[in-house]
Design a protein around this ligand. Structure first.
Ligand code: SF4
Ligand code: SF4
Length: 338
């Protein structure tokens, strides 16, 4: 079931998140569904191997609508595929090939271990052939911490998957096959400075395991779904919200990913970001109804709908604006601006 509202009552003296409006949308993120070979402790999508139903995974019809949309809208330059494990959706490969054929830049949120699922061992080659940018979560360079967050044995499998990507040229110096890693904190704290942590990762992963990557992206945990449940179990939710709000950084607002991106859910509904998507906080059309991709496609042109549109903000947005900021692309501003 989708989490309908973000219902942490503001504490006395706390503020609302400032109003935001969209700029020109250049990136489409598509969440292909909740099916995943893992069930990580901090998953904001609540994904798992049991999420097999058609109502929570994108159909062939939706993937065709996405391609139609890209064909019509030359401004939509980037297609970012996420899930769950998007590769487990049977429409994933045709969608990648179709978008590549339209000349779009492709990004895939790849959890690494999916390479060990049936018929997925050729993923590194498939990614390389289609010039896909790969973004993979590895919340630590130490086995114990990764396995604690993402499941027993995930660290070792992730290293093997990274070696396979390196063998295709991913993450290597001067290679245009981009491999970025993602860090998120193990508990109720903000990520450390991205550049320093990246240097640690680079040294540890190369020295200990011979692994190369391009950039490390730091993400702040969103207080929603499994991470929120974890906070509630530990009685840390209010404390965590205080931390996020106390570290609010206005300099991040112009760079938030919701400003120039739109997220499409597996059922075709449009959202400002993947977090609003799982909270069921949809983008609203001029008639006040949730925007659906099929409705946009029934109109002659749709991109003009987005600039200036209100973004659906709520208190979870403080996770994106705390400290150096957080987005699918990592920190939003440098240390000096935080
Ligand atoms: S790999 Fe990603 S999508 Fe899958 S359960 Fe973990 S965090 Fe969620
Ligand atoms: S959660 Fe982050 S990306 Fe999403 S609407 Fe709020 S500020 Fe924007």
């Amino acid at each position: 079931m989708l989490q309908k509202a973000f219902s942490i009552p503001p504490l006395p003296g706390t503020r609302n998140f400032p109003a935001l409006r969209k700029t020109e949308v250049q990136k489409v993120q598509v969440n292909l569904g909740r099916l995943c070979n893992q069930a990580c402790r901090h998953c904001h999508v609540d994904a798992s191997p049991t999420r097999t139903g058609r109502h929570q995974n994108a159909s062939k019809a939706l993937s065709e609508q996405i391609l139609t949309w890209l064909q019509r809208e030359s401004g939509l330059q980037v297609l970012d595929l996420t899930g769950g494990a998007p590769e487990m959706n049977p429409n994933f490969r045709p969608l990648v090939a179709g978008a590549r054929g339209l000349g779009r830049h492709l990004m895939v949120r790849h959890n690494l271990t999916v390479q060990f699922e049936p018929d997925q061992d050729d993923l590194p080659r498939f990614f390389a052939e289609h010039g896909v940018e790969v973004i993979s979560s590895l919340p630590c360079y130490q086995e114990e911490n990764v396995d604690q967050q993402r499941g027993q044995g995930v660290f070792e499998k992730s290293l093997e998957a990274l070696r396979r990507l390196n063998a295709e040229g991913y993450g290597m110096e001067n290679s245009n096959l981009i491999l970025n890693l993602v860090f998120n904190p193990g508990g109720a704290k903000l990520p450390p400075p991205q550049a320093a942590l990246e240097a640690d990762y680079r040294q540890q992963l190369f020295q200990e395991h011979g692994i190369h990557f391009h950039r490390l992206l730091t993400l702040t945990n969103q207080p929603i779904h499994r991470f929120r449940e974890d906070l509630e179990r530990r009685d840390q939710l209010v404390e965590y919200m205080d931390l996020l709000e106390a570290n609010f950084n206005e300099a991040t607002l112009d760079h938030l990913m919701c400003r120039n991106a739109v997220s499409v859910r597996w059922d075709g509904r449009l959202f400002d970001c993947d977090f609003n998507l799982v909270l069921d906080l949809p983008m609203l059309g001029p008639d006040g109804r949730p925007l659906e991709l099929q409705d946009l496609l029934a109109q002659p042109s749709e991109s003009s709908l987005f600039p200036g549109m209100n973004i659906a903000v709520d208190r979870h947005c403080f996770a994106c604006s705390a400290g150096c900021g957080s987005s699918c692309g990592g920190a939003l501003v440098g240390d000096a601006e935080s």
